[in-house]
Design a protein around this ligand. Structure first.
Ligand SMILES: NC(=O)N[C@@H](CC(=O)O)C(=O)O
Length: 443
């Protein structure tokens, strides 16, 4: 007798670790129960004919601003944007108000996320000089993605810049630590490079060396502490060349905006709306990131979704805050790069699903295989469309990419067997849950 499933996805090209093939996927109790053809009965079916079924996209760097900065975003609006863009899980950053730097703050975020977040989630703990010795315990709390260090000041006031407190942070705990690598003392010494009213001076101030020096320092400190690190939003080919020599201890992330925008065009066209940390740099930098991406060096793609209100961004540089939204556009932009032949779909899947699983030790996510969570991002690789402001669900309402014509579009988002989004329509209720991590690094 044919098996009965809760859900069957039929007729799609599915992307498993073994490659791409036409097959159906049977889901039971939120997990992938079978892959094949003629699977039998199901309570529900999703017709994926002509579409590609990818493992759910995991965005391991988003700022959803709750608590304290809800004028920019909150956990509900940010995660709604995520699922509309095909993202099934996010790891959320600690530079909220108050900072997420204690067990209470993590518990508060998890409570706020319940019944309000549309996608699965985890929260980072922000490192400070004061909580350094508690981080080994804090990073093991359920729902925690690990520790985040800001070596250079950005939005908010989280900062651990000097070697001694950095070494203390790295000494407490075992899990991989996520790093914002820009060198604070160099940037402080170069404040005079900022030209009022000219955001094109942003990458002159926060220059290549600011990033490279910080990356070099944290690699040395990580090695001394035998602590694995993950370097976020890498912007210079020189850093990727260096990280390539330290893959035993370091993983890293690149963002779609650094792979898409270049200073020569972005600052004249977008002004402060292109301002972020680390900065959008030259076309030569962008091309260098692509080179290393196709050499296999970056492990993950993250959006660094960092929304600010239009009023904030409209201020004259440098009063304007750094950061741009991106959780809803991460996959569309990258599908367009696939259509343009800049990377393969397989490499994209590695960067958005298998990569985050491997880097962070996620349990049950990151691939289409029996026993894994039934998280799928269903895409139409051929759809041609334009990013309209009306499509954006995040609270700030703008994107540097509106008006852009793209090829490739997320059509559906399935999380633990639940169809959360289909053709822009959401399920009646938000049912995101905390993700789980392997206990391998338990101190
Ligand atoms: N990327 C940014 O420019 N801004 C981020 C903080 C950060 O990641 O630097 C933000 O929270 O606004």
């Amino acid at each position: 007798m044919a098996e009965t499933f809760d859900l069957i996805l039929t007729g799609g090209t599915i992307h498993t670790p073994g490659g791409a093939a036409r097959a159906d996927i049977g889901v039971r109790d939120g997990r992938i129960a079978a892959i094949g053809t003629g699977l039998g009965d199901a309570g529900e079916r999703i017709d994926c004919t002509g579409l590609d079924v990818l493992p759910g996209v995991i965005d391991s760097q988003v700022h959803f601003r709750e608590p304290g900065l809800e004028a920019k975003e909150d956990l509900e609006s940010g995660s709604r944007a995520a699922v509309l863009g095909g993202v099934t899980a996010v790891f959320e950053m600690p530079n909220t108000k108050p900072n997420t730097d204690s067990a209470e703050a993590i518990a508060d975020k998890l409570a706020r996320a319940r019944d309000r977040m549309w996608c699965d989630h985890a929260f980072y703990v922000g490192a400070t000089a004061a909580n350094a010795t508690q981080l080994g315990e804090l990073e093991m709390l359920p729902g925690t993605a690990g520790v985040k260090i800001f070596m250079g000041a950005s939005t908010g006031d989280l900062l651990v810049a000097e070697d001694e407190p950095l070494a203390r942070v790295l000494a407490h705990g075992r899990r991989r630590v996520a790093i914002h690598a820009e060198d604070e003392s160099r940037m402080q010494a170069r404040l005079g490079e900022r030209v009022t009213g000219d955001p094109a001076s942003h990458p002159v101030w926060r220059d290549d060396e600011s990033a490279l020096i910080a990356t070099r320092r944290i690699l040395a400190l990580a090695r001394a502490a035998a602590r694995p690190i993950h370097i976020l939003h890498v912007t210079t080919p020189a850093e990727l060349a260096l990280i390539a020599q330290h893959k035993d201890i370091a993983t890293c992330e690149v963002t779609p905006q650094h792979l898409t925008l270049a200073a020569e065009d972005a600052y004249p066209r977008l002004g402060t709306w292109a301002q972020m940390n680390p900065p959008i740099r030259s076309a030569a930098h962008r091309d260098g990131l692509w080179h290393w991406l196709n050499q296999g060096v970056p492990d993950v793609l993250g959006s660094d979704h960092a929304p600010h209100t239009r009023e904030e961004k409209a201020q004259a540089y440098p009063a304007s805050p750094s950061g741009m939204p991106g959780v809803q556009t991460i996959l569309p932009l990258m599908l367009d790069h696939v259509a343009a032949g800049r990377l393969t779909l397989e490499r994209l899947i590695e960067l958005t699903s298998a990569g985050p699983q491997r880097v962070f030790g996620l349990v049950g996510k990151g691939r289409i295989a029996a026993g894994y969570d039934a998280d799928f991002t269903i895409v139409d690789l051929k759809a041609r469309w334009t990013v309209e402001e009306s499509w954006l669900a995040w609270r700030c309402g703008w994107s540097p990419f509106t008006g852009m014509q793209l090829t490739g579009r997320p059509l559906g988002t399935v999380i633990r067997g639940r169809q959360v989004m289909w053709e822009g329509e959401l399920a009646p209720q938000a049912t995101g849950r905390p993700v789980r991590f392997q206990a391998t690094y338990r101190p």
